[in-house]
Design a protein around this ligand. Structure first.
Ligand code: FAD
Length: 473
């Protein structure tokens, strides 16, 4: 087999594997190098997202939501569901099965599309060569016309809370608890911390979330963030804002956390502690010293708007480069770069990338927040519609939250959509389409939405931008 390829991709997460499939579909001879070995010691594709990120966390979120619903909400519907219990090992086993199915599916897609898969660690050398060191230590060098680096990210660790087997864990460890901890501490009140806190909180853990910032979900529209905090607090999550964890001490099977807030220093004891303080780009051992590819001041691979690195023919995508650390952003960049290499026109619209927090209810957003518009002196108008006034939300027994649309005061162009409510992660795509197509709020208001659906709240919010929601006094 020749070791010469049109495209060699390093990393098979949602950035790398999508780029490799797309490049092969466009007729380019493509290889992908991936070093991930799962907990059973098997080489697997799919990266963080499929193995320890988006997919496993959503499997646990769904299971814990169903449990919580059956235990707390079924009664309202007239359903008698007594003596319900959760088999945590079975829940985690189901999660593992889904992960295996999906990672195996990518291996099949590679085969079907003719992507050559290399198991091992890839390193970009000078002259667009990629050295692959297999898990058996054997090394070979691939020659490439183009290289795409998609090496992803890893969790940030903090000195006051060093990971300690089974007690102080990162997000990966929190996906594999074998039983529900009675008292659970979560350091970091961001997306991952709130999702994992929700999983275990719904199963009965007493959850405390420590967030160093004074503002809850600072990057989320604050009208929405306030509602989310109220809701999560009602669900039992104790959210400590302005609380900086300064030390941890393992005492037998417990962890004592010391944290400081405006009132002074405090201590709290937990059975498990999850550290979720963010993720950092992973480039360790990926770039040879003379590869020519440079990093920015925060350790991300430096790229231009089209994911081109400082070396012609070498691209970088996904969590390893600037922009939101999201799977769909990584995949979009993967498609765009493969298209560029194949000589097609391509670009990622970074202004229309949705983000979702999979709490219950979900939080979803696309475009600008009200705070961002204020800060950049953009004149805007707002339309808000609460799910409490939506018939379908009532029939679903889920009336919390709202849809909020921000539109330009003069042109009426939709600048942002923010949703807190059941299925917000699905509903937000109306906003993505609106932003992508540069629609006005009136365009949305003039569309026909099916009744009764949650999407009608989007319609009503669009009508509300002009002050005329139908089902609101
Ligand atoms: P990764 O998925 O990190 O993949 C990089 C791959 O490169 C890895 O497989 C790694 O082994 C491989 N690699 C690195 N170096 C080398 C090398 N030298 N040689 C060979 N291979 C190498 N995002 C969402 O959009 N939605 C969600 O719901 C969501 N939930 C998440 C939940 C959790 C708990 C976590 C941790 C993350 C979540 N994310 C979510 C983030 C998402 O997982 C990442 O944004 C996404 O995986 C980034 O894709 P990537 O391809 O850039 O990198």
């Amino acid at each position: 087999m020749s070791n010469k390829f049109d495209v060699v991709v390093i990393g098979a997460g949602p950035g790398g594997y999508v780029a490799a499939i797309r490049a092969a579909q466009l007729g380019l001879k493509t290889a992908c190098v991936e070093k991930w070995v799962n907990k059973e010691g098997k080489s697997v594709l799919g990266g963080t997202c499929l193995n320890v990120g988006c997919i496993p966390s959503k499997a646990l979120l769904e299971a814990s939501h169903k449990f919580h619903e059956a235990s707390h909400d079924f009664d309202d519907f007239g359903i008698q569901a007594k003596g319900i219990s959760m088999d945590v090992k079975k829940m985690v086993g189901r999660k593992d099965k889904i992960v295996n199915q999906l990672t195996g599916g990518i291996a099949m897609l590679f085969k079907a599309n003719g992507v050559t898969s290399f198991e091992g660690t890839g390193k970009l050398l000078a002259g667009k060569k990629v050295e692959v060191v297999g898990h058996d230590g054997q090394s070979q060098v691939l020659e490439a016309e183009n290289v795409i680096v998609a090496s992803g990210s890893v969790p940030v660790e903090i000195p006051p809370a060093p990971l300690t087997e089974g007690l102080i864990v990162d997000s990966t460890g929190a996906l594999d608890f074998t039983e529900t901890p009675k008292r659970l501490g979560v350091i970091g009140g961001g997306v991952i911390g709130l999702e994992l806190g929700s999983v275990w909180g719904r199963l009965g853990s007493e959850v405390t979330v420590f967030e160093a910032m004074d503002t809850f979900l600072a990057s989320v529209d604050q009208q929405i963030a306030k509602e989310v905090k109220k809701s999560l607090t009602k669900q039992g999550l104790e959210i400590e804002l302005g609380a900086r964890v300064t030390a941890t001490e393992v005492k037998g099977k417990e962890v004592e956390v010391t944290f400081a807030d405006a009132k002074g220093e405090h201590k709290k004891v937990f059975d498990k502690l999850i550290v979720c303080v963010g993720r950092k780009p992973y480039t360790q051992g990926v770039l040879a010293d003379d590869s020519g590819v440079t990093l920015d001041e925060r350790g991300f691979i430096f790229v231009d708007d089209n994911c081109r690195t400082s070396v012609p023919g070498v691209y970088a995508i996904g969590d390893a480069v600037r922009g939101p650390m999201l799977a769909h952003k990584a995949s979009d960049e993967g498609v765009a770069v493969a298209d560029l290499i194949a000589g097609r026109k391509a670009e990622v619209n970074y202004d229309a990338i949705p983000s979702v927090i999979y709490t219950f209810p979900e939080v979803a957003a696309v475009g600008k927040t009200e705070e961002e518009l204020k800060a950049s002196n953009v004149a805007y108008k707002t339309g808000v519609f609460p799910f409490a006034a939506a018939g379908r939300a009532m029939t679903n027994g889920s009336t919390e939250g709202m849809v909020k649309i921000l539109a330009h005061a003069e042109t009426d162009r939709v600048l942002g959509m923010h949703i807190f409510g059941q299925h917000a992660g699905e509903l937000i795509h109306t906003g993505v389409i609106a932003l992508e197509f540069a629609s006005s709020a009136e365009d949305l208001a003039l569309m026909c939405f099916a009744h009764p659906t949650l999407s009608e709240a989007v319609h009503e919010a669009a009508l509300a931008v002009d002050g005329h929601a139908i089902h609101m006094a």
